[in-house]
Design a protein around this ligand. Structure first.
Ligand SMILES: *Cc1c(COP(=O)(O)O)cnc(C)c1O
Length: 394
């Protein structure tokens, strides 16, 4: 292999160049996302399956994922903010786009211009939208969000019932396309709050006339048919994450991340490694360094103190080199991580060799468990220094 940097756009040369030049290669499998969308459609018992693509499709790239899902038949998309929605409109000229954070004050004309639907969760928001719509009749679509137990966003149930009882005045000029609520505990199917929220929401839906209804996120899809209503709003399951705790994950993995070893060294027993020398070797140790750190979303909580190789979960992450696991040794730095490659064949533990940080051996949920967080946070923290490669949906 030549030591010169090949240009970045030369097909197979690209991957080699990328692994040499960047902190790592992040591969996003669009075919897997498409497969997960199909899986959710099959699980949703005929309800419309929308896609939640907030936070840049959970860090995976909304500008490519949303059009791919549209091609697969998805017609309704949810984002969090107005600027996310405007970006999405540029790649989805015809889709329905809902903004979960609602109506940002003073921005009604922008919603109208781009045909973006606020998910209205308070009376002041509703009044602002209604006033705007009455003076501008071209676009008046929105959703209403009612709080059924999350206590985060949404109209109170009394407020909603009052609106329905006085539809003529309170919803004047406004075209309500959807009534939504959000489950607080859907990842735990045995949690009693699921039934309570379902019961309350079903009662409110009965008062809503013919307004379509939506309650389920990814986890809600798997709680059963009665949770589906007219439309379901999965996010994490599209991106391969675990929706339900302590259960086999039916979603296909989407993300893999590899990073090349940039240095290998051997140190004596009793040597301190990294910041704070928190890890002290218990034997002669071969170490390898990868150019990935907490600035790339490889969380600092994945580092180790002085632990044995048999250490349990929560005691630091590992990476895979071929079929061999190499544990993290010491703290995670901003840009670097050191791994213990003593037990890995020397021909694999060499500079330029790729280590798997996420992939067939380590899922986003495995890594999240090690870091003390959830797959959602791993995904949305994936760094911007990685080279990104998208595997086409075909
Ligand atoms: C983020 C979000 C979703 C998607 O949740 P997942 O758990 O990722 O499926 C659905 N509805 C609302 C209101 C949300 O904020």
């Amino acid at each position: 292999m030549s030591s010169k940097c090949p240009p970045l756009d030369e097909g197979d040369a690209e991957e080699a160049a990328v692994s040499k030049m960047s902190t790592g290669l992040l591969t996003i499998d669009l075919a897997a996302i498409a497969g997960n969308y199909e899986m959710l459609c099959a699980a949703a018992s005929g309800a419309e399956v929308a896609a939640v693509v907030k936070a840049d499709a959970y860090g995976c790239g909304a500008h490519l994922i949303a059009p791919m899902l549209y091609k697969k038949g998805c017609r309704t998309f949810f984002v969090a903010t107005l600027s996310e929605a405007i970006d999405l409109r540029k790649v989805l000229p015809d889709a329905r786009i809902f903004i979960l954070d609602g109506l940002f004050p003073g921005c009604s004309p922008t919603y109208s211009r781009y045909r973006l639907m606020p998910v209205i969760g308070s009376l002041p928001m509703l009044h602002e939208w209604s006033r705007f719509c009455q003076s501008n009749s071209t676009f008046s679509a929105c959703a209403l969000h009612v709080d059924t137990g999350m206590n985060r966003l949404g109209l109170g149930t009394e407020e909603l019932l009052h609106l329905f009882a006085n539809k003529k005045q309170s919803l004047q000029g406004v075209d309500v396309k959807l009534l939504i609520s959000h489950l607080a505990c859907a990842d735990d199917p045995g949690h009693e709050q699921n039934d309570r929220q379902l019961e309350l929401f079903a009662r409110l839906v009965q008062q809503a006339g013919d307004i379509p209804a939506s309650l389920a996120n990814s986890a809600g899809v798997f709680l059963g048919r009665q949770y589906h209503f007219d439309l379901v709003r999965p996010g994490i399951a599209l991106y391969g994450g675990r929706a339900i705790k302590n259960k086999a994950n039916p979603a296909r993995p989407v993300i893999s991340l590899s990073s090349p070893i940039i240095q290998v060294r051997t140190v004596k027993k009793g040597t301190g490694i990294g910041y704070g020398s928190s890890f002290v070797t218990r034997r002669q140790t071969r170490l390898a360094t990868l150019p990935v750190g907490y600035a790339d979303g490889y969380f600092r909580s994945l580092g180790t103190g002085n632990t044995t190789r048999e250490s349990s979960a929560g005691q630091g992450a590992g990476v895979f080199i071929g079929e061999y696991e190499a544990p993290v040794a010491g703290r995670i730095s901003m840009d670097l991580v050191t791994i213990d490659v003593t037990d890995i064949p020397a021909d694999l533990a060499r500079v330029g060799q790729k280590a798997e940080l996420l992939g067939s051996h380590i899922s986003i949920d495995d890594l999240a468990d090690r870091a003390g967080t959830i797959g959602y946070e791993i995904l949305t923290s994936l760094g911007h220094r990685f080279q990104r490669r998208y595997k086409e949906a075909g």
